[in-house]
Design a binder for this molecule. Sequence first.
Ligand SMILES: Cc1ncc(COP(=O)(O)O)c(C=O)c1O
Length: 397
Amino acid sequence: MTDWQELDKKYVMHTVNRVPITLVRGSGARVWDEKGREYLDFVAGWAVNSLGHCHPAVVDAVTRQVQTLIQVSGQFHNIPQIKLAQLLVENSCLDQAFICNSGAEANEGAIKLARRYGHLKLGGAYEVITARNSFHGRTLMTTAATGQEKFHKPYTPIPPGFVHVPFNDVDAIKAATTGTTCAVMLEPVQGEGGVNIPDDDYLARVRDWCDEKGLLLILDEVQTGIGRLGRLFGYQEYGVEPDIITLAKGLGGGIPIGAFLAKQHACVFAPGEHNSTFGGNPVTSAAAHAVASFIIENDIPANVRRTGAYLLDGLKALRQEHAAITDVRGKGLLVAIEFADDIGQAMLDACLERGLLVNRLKPNALRFMPPLTIGPAEVDEAIAITRAALAAVSSAP
Ligand SMILES: Cc1ncc(COP(=O)(O)O)c(C=O)c1O
């Protein structure tokens, strides 16, 4: 039998510490490894497989499109891209979309758009205020936007143009605003940085400040968008309208795609000022259109609210049983549990052994981000495994 993990070590750059299983197949919320072992998947490709694995809506859309037209350049009109942009615009508060390939590329584009806006309308302002513990991507510019020192360190000097302030602190944004500020960029709920949920009125107060100062409000909805928080877009949960949002992850249901959308006044790119060879590719656009249509037509956000609350309640009940759990927090199907000690890796391993895939968020925390289509039976199973894993890890010498 081929030792894929050995070949991986030899040929693939080691940029992530991998879990020692090789996944070969998926269906719904389940995946199978090369040995035929089944797992309940609460990682979902890092909050990507919004409809689960190999959902017929995605498979059909991709199959039809690869038999029709696979790639055209931005030089030509292409119908799947137009349909996707129309769907996103008609279901959001934004007016136009740019389709790209990933979350980092979407954020990179949004930052460029904000700078262009600064050049044209704010006397050359270029600085973007972002939050500590944010995560905006792995390109150099989105690394600079990310408010976590550990991501900057290996790549200094980091490009200038960002100021990092504490999350959920409007006064800090006010204090950091200067004549060179063009935008504030935030995740509605911080994902990678800890599943950090702001006060209910935080974004509305940031919106007011941006209005007062003429700044753009950019919401990075790469992780929170397309249903994850129990609304189609996270901003709807907080009753604000951003000037720009970015999307990726769940948008394609597993097919790589990103997008940024802007209100009319912020659509300031002129032809030639931004583009992407694969952006708006017919196949990925058709997939994303199928995913977003399915989510909208079947009111998947309602399932996320229901099932997310059930998951949160189940984990909170577990917390009552175990002093080892110090916090349970989340919104929709983006949920974290935190432990008193650094048992995140041991818990991940113990869950894996029992057939549940979870994400280690921090040394002392796990993140649950299953497909948006799961139901209570899968939640029950995940909680039972987490309970058993916790018993095993707690009793380990
Ligand atoms: C909020 C947020 N923004 C941006 C990104 C980067 O997205 P990608 O990995 O698709 O470039 C991520 C990825 O985790 C994210 O969570």
